[in-house]
Design a protein around this ligand. Structure first.
Ligand SMILES: *Cc1c(COP(=O)(O)O)cnc(C)c1O
Length: 404
């Protein structure tokens, strides 16, 4: 590319809606857990496109699936079904409790489908009074108006006029608050089985058990938003499988496509029948390209070696972060599960997660934040040991500079 043609960060401010504030560097190539920018500078990727690139960048299984399908058939619409969609749906029913699948294009859309199904089921079965959705503070469920309203951060949902109604937010992990509030009017509880955006907050055993019990008692549906926790991220194919509690509806996206946009809502046959012909839909949902890639992703991620490898990598991260903490005294704790990890900053470092992200970037390491006080790591599930060590040593350099 000639110098005159070079696309630069400045162009973003000129032509893009300013709802993002991207970094200065522009990545142009990725391979495994490495990324290169326009200048050829190399980065180790501990961010994974926010828990999306579960097989790293340009994994051969994904590239093969995409190019093979790309030479066959791209799109049909849901006036017809297609082979990749049916194969993928079958596989998703094999790796989870689900018997039925609805395909969408993102996490928010999968959640939108989940919420609409819950409302429709309650209306059909129990009448219009049963419409309350209970969700949790700091929860995140996407940016469509319904899902952002169910999410527990008013800052994201305020300022757009009247919101979808009958949504209640309770504190996460507060068993008493839930017991006091839930009633026969409750249609569904929507929650993340480990809060991601909210700061990497795990549910207590008591809380997760109680949620299920109370849903059963009050005929409310339990919706697990596994958009971030799903597809091997916690070392189980879905996080619920490590919690001993099964939801009625599960949403999945992010790592499902490994970098190709796709989302899905999983549920039972009994519930699914309430979304009859014409009640819901999507032009692109179940697109053959997306489903072919996701099928390849599910094939690799669901292998026992891949899932077992997540725990091994988690141990390397925890060990490395503990060593860095001995040296720099910056973290209060490292929390999360599998390769959805958060290093919470201690009192002295409150509000400085973004400083760590910027310092890491300068050393050639991509990390994420989850709020102002947590540095988040959501790398590829197949990141190599050597890439982890290299990334941690770059983090070491970043922290050395920051603490100087
Ligand atoms: C990212 C995320 C979403 C939204 O997914 P999109 O693909 O951005 O719509 C929803 N829920 C959770 C838990 C997420 O982490």
């Amino acid at each position: 590319m000639t110098i005159e043609n070079k696309v630069e960060r400045g162009l973003f401010d000129e032509v893009m809606v300013p709802c993002y504030n991207p970094m200065e560097m522009i990545p142009v190539k990725g391979e495994g857990a490495r990324v290169w920018d326009q200048e050829g500078k190399e980065y180790i990727d501990f961010a994974g496109g926010i828990a999306v690139s579960c097989l790293g960048h340009c994994h051969p299984a994904m590239v093969n699936a995409l190019t093979e399908q790309g030479n066959k058939l791209w799109h049909l619409s849901n006036v017809m079904t297609n082979e990749p969609a049916l194969r993928l749906a079958k596989k998703l029913t094999e790796v989870s409790f689900a018997e039925k699948v609805f395909f969408a294009n993102s996490g928010a859309e999968a959640n939108e489908a989940a919420l609409k199904l819950a409302r429709r089921y309650a209306a059909d079965q129990f009448g219009p009074e049963k419409s309350e959705i209970i969700a949790f503070k700091q929860g995140f469920h996407g940016r469509t108006f319904f899902t952002v309203t169910v999410g527990g951060q008013a800052a994201y949902s305020d300022g757009f006029g009247p919101k979808p109604g009958d949504v209640t937010h309770l504190p996460y992990n507060d068993v008493d608050a839930l017991r006091e509030h839930i009633s026969d009017r409750t249609c569904a509880i929507m929650m993340e089985p480990l809060q991601g955006e909210g700061g990497i907050i795990a549910p207590t055993d008591e809380f997760i058990q109680t949620v299920r019990e109370l849903c059963d008692k009050y005929n409310a549906l339990l919706i697990f938003d596994e958009v971030q926790t799903g597809n091997g991220r916690t070392g189980h194919f879905y996080a619920y499988q490590g919690l001993g509690v099964t939801p009625d509806i599960l949403s999945t996206a992010k790592s499902l496509g490994g970098g190709f946009p796709i989302g899905a809502m999983l549920t039972t046959t009994e519930l699914a029948q309430h979304l009859k012909v014409g009640t819901h839909g999507s032009t692109y949902g179940g697109n053959p390209l997306a489903c072919a890639v996701a099928e390849a992703v599910v094939d690799v991620v669901s292998q026992p070696e891949t899932l077992a490898g997540v725990a091994e990598r988690e141990a390397l991260f925890r060990e490395g972060l503990a060593k860095l903490n001995d040296k720099y005294q910056i973290f209060a704790e490292v929390r999360g599960k599998g390769l959805l990890l958060g290093a919470a900053l201690n009192d002295e470092w409150q509000g400085r997660a973004r400083d760590v992200l910027v310092a890491a970037g300068k050393e050639g390491l991509m990390v994420l934040v989850a709020g102002a006080n947590v540095v988040r790591f959501t790398p590829s599930l197949v990141i190599t040991k050597e890439e982890i060590q290299e990334g941690l040593s770059r983090l070491d350099k970043a922290l050395a500079t920051l603490t100087k």
